[in-house]
Design a protein around this ligand. Structure first.
Ligand code: CO
Ligand code: ZN
Length: 331
């Protein structure tokens, strides 16, 4: 599983440009599913058919990652940029950006007070000496991601884009284990979550599921002077109660808790005060879809060094596998 996490987290996939990631996932899962296709927005939809009396479950894990888009190149070859998704200034300076063609740049800032440093005071240096030299490598409108390699710390793993390639890994690992499910399972590797849950919106409309489950990272409260939160790394899968995009359907939350308890899967209840997931879009589709989220506890979310615990990832896989055969009766 660690190799899979390395491969997926190191892939290039800013919102809207997820094809490197979806192509990789397609080759990994196509032998395990009955149908697989990509839609207009770039969602990869893999279907595993169940029995006739089963329900239709949509699982969503997003393939896109936060990044930047080039807005301007000055005469000396320095790039200015805007954010793609939730990008914090504090995580940027000294970090590196990678573009689709492999060009690497360093992020730095203009002089001035740290407290007043906003995105428009930052620039990217790709080592060019002139605008022309820069334009030979990068142009206005090009998307970049934060360049960082995967690190294996043993039980804990660090990488960029754990948000939400780790959710994709959970779905892939579950798919490999599920043979003949009772329920029909739609594994959707969604596009453009970081810019507003966009891929989940169109794919949920198309699938019209009986139950929607997002797989995504959540924050933790277990680091020095952390914002108070009852989720820790290593204590199991996190079953969401609410975040700012969704209040999990009480029966969905109860079902997930019941399945975790019946199967001996370690879990924690999650209340995330700020942030959302694809469940925010799924539950508002058509006349409404009962929805919930299985979260992977993650430290340093939206930094280039997001940390997860392998035991939690496995607990999330086990809970997805348990849902495949669960009795779904929610309205
Ligand atoms: Co995110
Ligand atoms: Zn995410």
């Amino acid at each position: 599983m660690k190799d899979l996490i390395r491969t997926l987290t190191e892939a290039f996939g800013p919102s809207g440009y997820e094809t490197e990631v979806t192509d990789l996932i397609k080759t990994l899962v196509e032998d395990y599913v009955d149908e697989i296709e990509t839609d207009v927005l770039g969602n990869l939809i893999a279907v595993k058919r169940g029995s006739e009396d089963g329900a239709k479950i949509m699982f969503a894990a997003h393939t896109d990652e936060i990044g930047i888009v080039v807005t301007h190149i000055d005469d000396n070859g320095f790039l200015r940029f805007a954010n793609i998704g939730g990008v914090g200034v504090a995580t940027l300076i000294g970090n590196r950006v990678r573009f689709a063609n492999g060009t690497i740049g360093v992020i730095s800032r203009e002089k001035g007070d740290w407290k007043e440093t906003t995105l428009d005071k930052l620039y990217i240096d790709i080592g060019a000496e002139s605008k022309e030299e820069a334009q030979a490598k990068v142009n206005v409108g090009d998307f970049g991601i934060f360049h960082r390699e995967f690190v294996d710390l043993g039980q804990r793993l660090v990488a960029k884009a754990m948000d939400d390639r780790i959710g994709c890994v959970v779905l892939i690992e579950a798919l490999k284990q599920i043979k003949e499910p009772k329920n029909t399972l739609y594994f959707v590797f969604t596009a453009q979550e970081e810019v507003g849950l966009r891929g989940a919106r169109t794919s949920a409309y198309r699938i019209d599921p009986d139950l929607g489950i997002a797989l995504d990272v959540t924050m933790t409260g277990d680091t020095p002077e952390a914002r108070r939160m009852e989720v820790s790394l290593g204590k199991g899968t996190a079953i969401k109660v609410k975040d700012s995009s969704v209040i999990a359907h009480p029966k969905v939350k109860e079902l997930l808790v019941k399945l975790a308890e019946e199967n001996g899967i370690p879990y924690q209840l999650e209340v995330l005060e700020a942030g959302g997931t694809d469940a925010g879009a799924i539950h508002l589709t058509r006349e409404g879809v009962p929805s919930g989220t299985i979260s992977i506890p993650t430290r340093y979310v939206h930094s280039p060094s997001e940390m997860v615990d392998v035991r939690d990832v496995k607990a999330c896989v086990d809970l997805v596998v348990a849902l495949a055969d669960a009795e779904i009766d929610i309205n």
